[in-house]
Ligand binder design. Sequence first.
Ligand code: SAH
Length: 216
Amino acid sequence: MNNAELYIGMRKKMVQQLQQKFQYGREVLEAMNAVPRHLFIEKGMEHLAYEDKPLPIAAGQTISQPSTVALQTHLSGIKKWDKVLEIGTGCGYQTAVLAQLGARVYSIERQRELYLAAQKNLARMGYDKPLLFFGDGYKGLPQFAPFKAIIVTCGAQQLPQELLLQLEIGGRMVIPIGEEKQQQTLAVIERIGENEFNKTTHGKCSFVPMLEGTNK
Ligand code: SAH
């Protein structure tokens, strides 16, 4: 068995385990089964790619753990052709899962090193559609708004108001909110009217912090 086949087997097993954990939905699981997570992992750690764990990437950041990516994708309600904004591209794994679902993906990263790495990773795997931006996710992308969904993959202390206004009515933001790293709550904010929002919560989570500004 060569490496590629080995990884396909490991990925299948990961998806089976996810399936037993929660009803993420068939499309989400199929997308997770298609994206080669090991190609986003730092050299020497690829063998851990299909465990349900976050792993360190460049610039002191992490690649989200598979069940978190599945949950955020599920909660976003994203379908083919939907326009979605991701805050925190990291190495591009969640971006690839959204692209695999057929969404029109926009993603912002504040660490230049990661923005460049994600570009390389996604291009190498043939995901040439996602539009990646180097910048501060707190500002969003007003020039491309409104979005059907905004997935924030870093922990915000408070709800970023500028971003909320970039949701279309009926659209959803999936965001970890909390002061401390270990005490974030995963929230879904639905825009139900021009100035009306509805919030639901979906358990505790632990993300790297959402920081202001950019890091060259
Ligand atoms: N979506 C990634 C998660 C990477 S970790 C994945 O699939 O694995 C979260 C990322 O958010 C980090 O790379 C961090 O640099 C980035 N981040 C933090 N604050 C940000 C901000 N204000 N704007 C854009 N990116 C931000």
